[in-house]
Design a protein around this ligand. Structure first.
Ligand SMILES: [Zn+2]
Length: 323
């Protein structure tokens, strides 16, 4: 039996799996509020204390962590935790504990997703032996590549979300100027993330927005803006989402070009499933393909939105099962 985890600054998922290398079989999962626990060991204690979990049957573990992984340790970017794989292994008597970057874990999950777990934005014409790419906007922006090597897809992490935002339209140039003025530079994550939606909103709204004035907690702002946009309750909120979707498509196209991901591009993260009507109306794919003279190459790339919100957890389990 193996224990898998998807550790984020606000939420952590832990799950127990049977280690089938083809696709680990989920036995039980549980969601925890990360800041409520001093460290990972105390969270595992509580999870394993649950009567449905047979702690003695666990022999290995893998955790995807939302932060950089260096050797056997990982530091949460938006949280106090430092995870030490060796300490966890020693404390629980497990043969091995692996740590992955959260996007790298999600990339392992992508390799086993079924058709019912994705929504196709573009069917394309996948090339045999092509690379695959993953982009995921949520609290931040993650990007990962899956390199095809001798018939296997090998995920590799990146910090592409912190690369420069490439503005293409007058509207995006206006946003770029505002971001440079407020942040010193404009990274893609300043646009494509929950906080990014709030940044765009600030620039698109000439007049105060009634939607935003009614929201108390800053973390609730992105969802308030996207629902106002999807329900057409505020024209400037709608323009905010419009810019977000176009920029998301354009950056996905950039990622596909950089990785030559003729095997497919997956759109993960928490935002995409919430704005599906805006992603499926053609704007995303138009911006994705708008890379002359490479429109044909990009039109052939299958583009899919990940609907399974536990893909990162599943990926950590895939990694542990295949070790
Ligand atoms: Zn508004």
């Amino acid at each position: 039996m193996l224990l898998a985890g998807d550790i984020g600054g606000t939420k952590t998922l832990l799950g127990l799996f049977n280690p089938d290398p083809a696709r680990p079989d989920r036995i039980t999962t549980r969601s925890f509020s990360t800041p409520d626990y001093a460290d990972l060991a105390s969270m595992i204690d509580e999870f394993a204390g649950d009567s449905t979990v047979d702690q003695a049957s666990i022999d290995r573990a893998c955790f995807g962590v939302a932060g950089p992984v260096i050797g056997d340790t990982a530091q949460l970017t938006n949280g106090a935790w430092k995870v030490d794989g060796r300490n966890i292994a020693a404390r629980f008597g497990w043969a091995r504990v692996d740590l992955l970057n959260d996007l790298q874990a999600m990339a392992y999950g992508v390799t086993v997703l079924g058709e019912s777990e994705v929504r196709v934005l573009q069917a394309g014409d996948p090339a045999r032996g092509g690379n695959v790419a993953l982009i995921a906007a949520g609290t931040g922006l993650g990007e990962a590549l899956l390199h095809e090597v001798d018939g296997r897809l090998i995920p590799s992490p990146s910090e592409g979300g912190r690369a420069d935002f490439a503005a293409r339209t007058e509207r995006e140039i206006r946003l770029l100027r505002a971001l440079v003025a407020s942040h010193g530079r404009a990274s893609v994550e300043h646009v494509l993330s929950g906080p990014g939606l709030v940044n765009i909103h600030r620039v698109m709204h000439a007049a105060p927005c009634a939607i935003v004035e009614g929201v108390d907690r800053p973390e609730d702002l992105p969802a308030a803006i996207t629902s106002a946009a999807l329900e057409r309750r505020c024209p400037a909120c709608a323009e905010t989402l419009d810019l977000f979707v176009e920029a998301y498509g354009a950056e996905s196209g950039n990622l596909a070009l950089r990785s030559v991901s003729t095997g497919g591009l997956f759109v993960g993260g928490g935002i995409a499933p919430r704005i599906l009507p805006a992603l499926t109306d053609g704007r995303f794919i138009r911006a994705f393909r708008d890379k002359a003279p490479f429109e044909a190459l990009l039109a052939a790339v299958p583009v899919k939105v990940i609907l399974n919100s536990e893909t990162g957890l599943l990926g950590a389990a895939v990694f542990a099962a295949r070790r």
